[in-house]
Design a protein. Sequence first.
Length: 99
Amino acid sequence: MLLDFVQDEEHSILLSSHITSDLEKIADYIVFIHEGKVVFERPKDELTEQYGIMKCGAAQFDALDKSDIITYRKMDYEWQILVSDREKMQRKYPKAIFL
């Protein structure tokens, strides 16, 4: 049975998905692989409880301490920034929106 296979903690299953709701339901760890190299690996619970996405405009993005940024992307009307400590960043940047 597949559930027994996974629960013995001696085996792993690689699941590739962009559907985060699926990952939230079944994953223990989240690993990002780019061009064959692991670039990011964290327990799923750590990601959902600690990390966050900060949204802000261009002026605020330019004023950010770049050491607070893990990665970011420019959207049409905002910047989306991945931060490793959502609560700390909410205190540091109170005008930003956090997901």
